[in-house]
Design a protein around this ligand. Structure first.
Ligand code: AMP
Length: 302
């Protein structure tokens, strides 16, 4: 059994200084599953409304993503509207319409309950726990969240964090969650909430991984053309967790490699709107960018 993910499937409307996209395929679970599907089998738990086109579901199936846990409910699909200024590191949410998520009660298909690797993508922390409680014996559980839930459902989120091994969030969220502007102090505070590993995504400044006392820093790929950062975080998490599920090695060195694999996938995603770039990657493109990452921060000692 590969990797189980619960999260949002959305229609996103996004504006960046370089263009805009209306009601395109998005959502935390969508970016995550497509990215992870390059490394492992993915089982998806999510909900869409009656307005969700079959072609998007067929695309997920074409990537070998198991959609038995994808429910279609009466009503409209989740919608998110966001905008970025020239600082592409920060998304400004203009509107969030929960729609079918509002009354979603995830029911895992029997075989999903055997999942060993679980990712709770950005979604209501109550739903994250609903799913996790149905998984019999997970070996590793990771989660994401965002300001919307830190502001609106902090107590529930803290309950979820007690059940999580790895938390993957961005720097703004880490500062907000800990109530601490210094990232190193914020990381220490967040590790006291439950997770053993904390990954802080810093957009164009790369990623920091905190594992007990050790800190690992991975750069972001120096891209000349960044069009749309939407989904970069979920695509990172998909590459990271997909790599771990593929190797089933959860040691510190393996997590360092997974961090770089996540950064590779995220670097592809920001090169185009929606999932346009990560829809059809060739595995050799992924490998070659992974090698470039290695060269990027390698230096010879004297
Ligand atoms: P990221 O840029 O990786 O942080 O994630 C962007 C994705 O998160 C978008 O495709 C949105 O549809 C989705 N999203 C935005 N707000 C929420 C929310 N409150 N709950 C779940 N998913 C969301």
């Amino acid at each position: 059994m590969g990797l189980l993910v619960v999260g949002s499937i959305a229609f996103d409307s996004v504006k960046t200084p370089f263009g805009e996209a209306e009601e395109v395929l998005g959502g935390s679970a969508t970016y995550f599953s497509v990215s992870a599907s390059y490394f492992t089998d993915v089982s998806l738990v999510a909900v869409v409304g009656e307005d969700f086109p079959e072609k998007h579901i067929n695309f997920l199936k074409m990537r070998n993503i198991d959609t038995k846990g994808l429910e279609r409910k009466k009503g409209r699909t989740f919608r998110w509207k966001g905008q970025y200024g020239y600082d592409l590191n920060e998304a400004h949410t203009l509107n969030t319409e929960l729609n079918v998520f509002e009354h979603f009660k995830p029911q895992l298909p029997e075989e999903y309950k055997e999942a060993e690797v679980v990712f709770l993508a950005n979604i209501d922390p109550d739903l994250q726990r609903d799913v996790l409680e149905q998984v019999k014996n997970p070996k590793i559980v990771a989660a994401d969240t965002m300001n919307f839930w830190i502001e609106g459902k902090k107590d529930s989120l803290l309950k979820t964090l007690k059940m999580v091994d790895i938390l993957i969030i961005n720097d703004g969220e880490a500062r907000q969650l800990a109530g601490e502007p210094n990232l190193i102090k914020a990381a220490r505070q967040i590790l006291s909430y439950g997770p053993k590993t904390l990954i802080i995504k810093r957009g164009e400044y790369g990623v920091l991984m905190f594992n007990g006392r050790s800190i690992f820093s991975a750069p972001a790929y120096p891209l000349e053309n960044v069009f749309d950062p939407t989904g970069a975080g979920d695509t990172f998490a998909g590459g990271f967790m997909g790599y771990l599920a593929n190797t089933m090695d959860f040691s510190e060195p393996a997590m360092r490699r997974a961090t770089v694999m996540g950064s590779v996938m995220a670097s592809f995603n920001v090169e185009d709107f929606s999932l346009n770039k990560i829809r059809h990657l060739e595995y050799h493109e992924i490998e070659s960018r992974y090698r470039e990452f290695k060269r990027l921060s390698h230096f010879e000692d004297i």
